[in-house]
Design a protein around this ligand. Structure first.
Ligand code: SF4
Ligand code: MG
Length: 324
């Protein structure tokens, strides 16, 4: 590995890492890594204020390939790690990365819990329809009846839809990008990071080694009836995903139904972009701060005990307030 880009220019991003990379040639993961690096650089964040948490799978190795704090966590458990880090040190920009198998199968419960909590973090879900690291078994996003080359039979399981699941779980920012459209993807990553709450960005990520059904030629295809490109941007079609602060229940319901409608589009036409953004919902840290003002500053920012080991955290008045 060198720190040169494909065009031979020197990569000057402070987030660029020269750590040896073992992803397969042509993997969509490279596009996501490049877009993430680009977004963080453009936001002028300092690498020592960014923590990237990886799940288990090919995508879970991302923290090694980025020059920031990086933590390789447990299968399906990336979101609790990331949430804990953000609550302990709110100054960090916290990003969790993981695959569709990691996040929608073993990690599905944590995905639901994270949406409900609305901690201010960003989750990048690499969606390639297979378990790439373990040789191409069907992942939860492969559709019923599909069969990729490593599978002896078509899958008998129904697909889990990450956008609908994220909406039902309470994520306050939901988007979808495409790994090889790095310009658009970097913009989406930046928007997701800037959103004050739990953001989930699913990324359509070709796996050239194990998923020959959804390769870059398929994604670059066109609608057979109209000739329009298969992938299209919601924002190019004036789709408005935002629920403003103070929005009425009717508007909220309309935005949720709109998101569900777009989540179910697949095949000839596939939307990418921002599906949903709820600006009326405060992140968990704001609620905790309001409740615990003066009692529990961010744990990473305070001494928790004196030299004798006695706790410096005073919770008595908080407990008094919460007693019934
Ligand atoms: Fe990428 Fe698939 Fe190779 Fe994993 S197995 S590195 S997802 S191409
Ligand atoms: Mg996968």
């Amino acid at each position: 590995m060198t720190n040169k880009t494909r065009e031979g220019k020197k990569n000057t991003s402070p987030f660029h890492s020269s750590h040896a990379n073992d992803w397969c040639a042509g993997c969509g993961d490279f596009g996501i890594l490049h877009s993430l690096e680009k977004a963080l650089t453009r936001m002028a964040l300092s690498p020592d204020k960014v923590a990237v948490f990886g799940g288990i799978g090919c995508s879970g190795k991302t923290p090694y390939y980025l020059a920031s704090y990086g933590i390789h966590t447990l299968h399906g458990r990336v979101l609790p790690f990331a949430s804990g880090a953000k609550l302990a040190n709110p100054e960090l920009t916290v990003i969790a990365v993981g695959g569709d198998g990691d996040g929608l199968s073993i990690g599905a419960g944590h995905l639901v819990g994270s949406g409900r909590r609305n901690v201010d973090l960003t989750y990048l879900l690499f969606d390639n329809g297979v378990y790439g690291l373990t040789k191409g078994q069907a992942s939860p996003t492969l559709r019923f009846g599909e069969q990729t080359k490593a599978m002896p039979e078509p899958t008998m399981l129904e697909q889990a839809n990450p956008i609908s699941l994220a909406l039902a779980s309470g994520f306050s920012w939901i988007g979808r990008g495409y790994a090889y459209d790095t310009q658009h993807l970097a913009e989406l990553i930046e928007q997701a990071i800037r959103h004050p709450g739990s953001s989930i960005l699913t990324v359509l990520q070709p796996c050239p080694t194990y998923n020959e059904l959804h390769d870059k030629d398929w994604y670059a295809g066109k609608d057979l009836d109209t000739g329009r490109p298969r992938l299209y941007s919601l924002q190019d079609e004036d789709y408005d995903p935002v629920i403003e602060e103070g929005a009425s229940p009717t508007v909220r319901e309309q935005k949720r139904l709109q998101c569900l409608g777009k989540a179910s589009e697949w095949g000839q036409r596939i939307p990418i972009g921002v599906f949903y953004q709820d600006l009326s919902r405060p992140p968990l840290s704001d609620l905790l701060r309001r409740q615990a003002e003066g009692h529990m500053p961010a744990p990473a920012k305070q001494s928790i005990c004196d030299k004798q080991g006695y706790s410096l955290v005073r919770l008595d008045s908080l407990f008094d307030r919460l007693s019934v």
